[in-house]
Design a protein around this ligand. Sequence first.
Ligand SMILES: NC(=O)c1ccc[n+]([C@@H]2O[C@H](COP(=O)([O-])OP(=O)(O)OC[C@H]3O[C@@H](n4cnc5c(N)ncnc54)[C@H](OP(=O)(O)O)[C@@H]3O)[C@@H](O)[C@H]2O)c1
Length: 258
Amino acid sequence: MQTGLTGKTALVTGASRGIGRAAAFALAAEGANVVLTSRRQESLDAVAAEIRAAYPVGVLAKAAHVGEPEQAAAAVEATVAEFGGVDILVNNAGTNPYFGPMVDLDVPRAEKTVQVNQLSIVLWTQTAWYAGKMSERGGSIVNIASVGGLVTELGIGYYNATKAAVVHLTRQFAAELAPKVRVNAIAPGIVRTQLARALWENHEEMLNGHIPLGRIGEPEDIAQAITFLAGDTSSWMTGQTLVIDGGAVIRPALSSNF
Ligand SMILES: NC(=O)c1ccc[n+]([C@@H]2O[C@H](COP(=O)([O-])OP(=O)(O)OC[C@H]3O[C@@H](n4cnc5c(N)ncnc54)[C@H](OP(=O)(O)O)[C@@H]3O)[C@@H](O)[C@H]2O)c1
């Protein structure tokens, strides 16, 4: 089955690097116009130039802090002015400002984690639905959660709590926006990006030994699943979270007697 993404318009948050950048390339490769957002215009302009050089699609780069409603509105308005509306929204931007036991978490960093990882999903979905005309055009929303939102991990507990919220926001929006718009999520395991650098740098060999498929993820591993969920390829699917982690969560327990 074809993705049916040719001529559609996909808005990707956190598109300046990592998973969001790879998603923008993958969507453009399928023929979608792409709108790139993140905080730094310069980084976005560089990615936009690379995509324009590689694919004959429309590309718009518009800086926006993902947690600020008026900046979300400005990015979606610019999308409507350039392409007529939003068909695909990839809520990808994320942050983790705090490492440590949750019992010691401070309020400013807790609030920032919620604003960027969790509230942003609501803001950009609302804005794309109304101002971006997804309510009329239909389409697909892909939220980036984390496998950490499904399990417990020491050190990044509050980040993971916001990712568990993303899994539930995905179900709730899927129920509210059906049948016009499908809403699904991806829960990646450890992927080679700047955000996760502390988790994989200097530990890669050890991690590879713990992952059934023998390696950490690359941004492109997640980008391919984003195009699957964005396009007609997943047309009978909504409210679900796809785990893409090299098999890390299904690793047999060490206590096995076999
Ligand atoms: N890498 C992993 O192992 C992993 C695993 C599970 C889930 N994830 C999730 O995957 C998503 C993408 O992360 P990544 O790993 O690709 O990280 P990354 O390479 O560090 O990229 C993060 C992106 O988000 C943007 N961003 C950060 N804060 C922002 C804000 N306040 N407003 C707007 N944009 C903002 C960054 O651009 P600017 O700094 O220029 O704003 C950048 O484009 C995140 O939701 C993350 O939680 C990652």
